[in-house]
Ligand binder design. Structure first.
Ligand code: ADP
Ligand code: MG
Length: 246
């Protein structure tokens, strides 16, 4: 069981509350999209689940176990960042192997997992290259490969396609949908501000919004299936956000 639950979670930076009243449940194997305008707290919410940002108050659980004080490396989550965050001085192979080496995974097991991930993502011919010798789409694949080899229970994506051109973005969207198909038991949380992307990928959309004043910010405007939000928006914000093309 790897479902993720957040109960009454709040996040503040100093005096500023950026997220409040976050109640959320993501099922085992579910593809969940965090959608919302820039600055509403999507990345912060994702980073708390990853463990790279602390939870100010409330309860965060993965697989029923309280995670508030658990280190990122012990959470069975893997994150893919918008800017790829590859190590420039390492080869593609070394980039993909790095996390496993840190975790003291045996060498032949590392080699096996990297090979399988590289095959899945069709980057086998690129394993000896450095990141600077790759296109944007290839770099993004390496970043996804680095997540796959860790065999996480939860994949976290923070706007992974926003640096790619439009055509490649549509193509990579299909690849991410395939990834979900290939790892049916892993939960996926995908952050985007693009409603088309959200509608195409999500089992569940969590639509966030910013607050009215500068001291109280993001909260969940509505969560549910894409069709639910589209056909039964709870308020004007939801209707406006999903109704207007980007
Ligand atoms: P989104 O990903 O939806 O664009 P973020 O989660 O990045 O939004 O940011 C939400 C709010 O939290 C923003 O107002 C941002 O300025 C603020 N914020 C994010 N990280 C920090 C930080 N480390 N210190 C202070 N404020 C932050
Ligand atoms: Mg963000």
């Amino acid at each position: 069981m790897t479902s993720i639950t957040l109960n009454n979670v709040e996040k503040s930076f100093g005096k500023v509350t950026v997220l409040h009243d976050i109640d959320l449940m993501i099922e085992d194997g579910e593809f969940c999209v965090f959608l919302g305008p820039s600055g509403c707290g999507k990345s912060t919410l994702l980073r708390m689940i990853a463990g790279i940002e602390t939870v100010t108050s409330g309860d965060l659980r993965i697989g029923g176990e309280r995670m508030n004080d658990v280190l990122p490396s012990e959470r069975r989550v893997a994150m893919v960042f918008q800017n790829y965050a590859l190590y420039p001085h390492m080869s593609v192979y070394e980039n993909m192997a790095f996390g496993l080496k840190q975790a003291k995974t045996p060498k032949d097991e590392i080699a096996k997992r990297v090979q399988i991930a590289a095959k899945t993502l069709q980057i086998e011919p690129l394993l000896e290259r450095r990141p600077k010798e790759l296109s944007g789409g290839q770099r993004q694949r390496v970043a996804i490969g680095r997540a796959i080899v860790r065999q996480p229970a939860v994949f976290l994506f923070d706007e992974p396609l926003s640096n790619l051109d439009a055509a490649l973005r549509v193509h990579m969207r299909t690849e991410i949908a395939n990834l979900h198909r290939d790892f049916p038991h892993a939960s996926m949380i995908y952050v985007t501000h693009d409603q088309t992307e959200a509608m195409a990928l999500a089992d569940k959309i969590v639509l966030l919004r910013s607050g009215e004043d500068v001291l109280t910010k993001g909260s969940i405007a509505q969560s549910g299936s894409p069709l639910e939000l589209y056909h039964r928006p709870k308020n004007r914000f939801v209707a406006g956000f999903l109704g207007s093309p980007s």
